[in-house]
Ligand binder design. Structure first.
Ligand code: DGL
Length: 275
């Protein structure tokens, strides 16, 4: 049924709300891009799961995305999925161009003046061999201080959008203090959730520290990948398709309220629950 077959230029996947700033960054670069977003909230948090579980949950979500929106390009707006399962997912979906999100280690190594870098991510990401390889390959002359922070991930997913500025500052303080006590002059936000809070993190860390993430690099790469294969251009767009809609795989009534509020604040449509 071609009439209700809908095809997006870009679909974004994360375990929750973390990848939304990545979608907004891409839209800023390419306003005409038709985007859709799926948060696998049913299986949040990915950062405390095994590689097998992460791969299985992400593969299920990608199947939902392909079936519903048949996107031209998929952006895994999640460091945890990207550093643990990207290659496996590419082999499971060989026809789908997939762009991953990996910690900005290379950029951090370029920016640090004192060669002390803070790497803030999920436990799965900081412990992954892929991240260790990135550090060895691009930051071998630096000391990299790793911190897995599931509490901060949870705060951003569950409480951030209704929290006060003071609560947000308190939430980032343990991480900022940890990196300050080790003398880091760059902090990598190696979990997409943290990009929601990048400005607060920068404020609390102060002007002598650079807080960085990978939004710029991922958007550029996704646009490059999408433009390379114009034979697969989007053809059918259902009338009900709402650009930049945020869908979730589960939400209790209270959570749904929170997600709707988040959508209102960010000016994106709430798509609802898909399975
Ligand atoms: N936003 C995800 C990341 O970039 C993971 C958060 C989680 O589900 O633990 O790593």
């Amino acid at each position: 049924m071609k009439s209700d077959f809908c095809c997006a230029d870009f679909a974004f996947l994360d375990s929750g709300t973390g990848g939304i700033p990545y979608m907004l960054a891409l839209k800023q670069k390419q306003p005409s891009a038709r985007c859709v977003y799926l948060g696998d909230t049913k299986h949040f948090p990915y950062g405390e799961k095994s590689v097998e579980e992460i791969t299985e949950c992400a593969a299920k979500s990608i199947s939902v995305i392909v079936k519903k929106w048949n996107p031209h390009t998929l952006i895994i707006a999640c460091n945890t999925i990207s550093v643990t399962a990207l290659e496996r997912l590419r082999s499971l979906f060989p026809k789908l161009p997939i762009v991953g999100t990996v910690p900005a280690i290379k950029l951090a190594a370029r920016l640090t003046l004192n060669k002390k870098i803070g790497f803030l991510a999920t436990n799965a990401s900081v412990n992954s061999p892929y991240s260790k390889r990135l550090i060895d390959d691009f930051a071998e002359n630096c000391q990299v201080y790793c911190r897995g922070d599931p509490e901060l991930v949870r705060f951003i997913e569950k409480d951030f959008f209704t929290a006060s500025i003071e609560q947000k500052k308190n939430a980032v303080k343990p991480a900022v203090d940890f990196f300050a006590s080790n003398g880091c002059d760059v902090i990598i936000l190696g979990c997409t959730h943290f990009t929601h809070i990048a400005d607060i993190m920068q404020l609390v860390a102060g002007n002598n520290v650079k807080v960085i993430d990978s939004r710029e690099g991922v958007s550029k790469q996704a646009i490059r990948v999408e433009s390379e294969d114009s034979s697969k251009k989007t053809e059918y767009l259902s009338e009900s398709f709402k650009d930049m809609s945020f869908f979730a795989t589960a939400a209790a009534p209270e959570e749904e309220k929170e997600y709707k509020l988040l959508c209102k604040r960010l000016d994106i449509p709430w798509g609802g629950i898909v399975q």
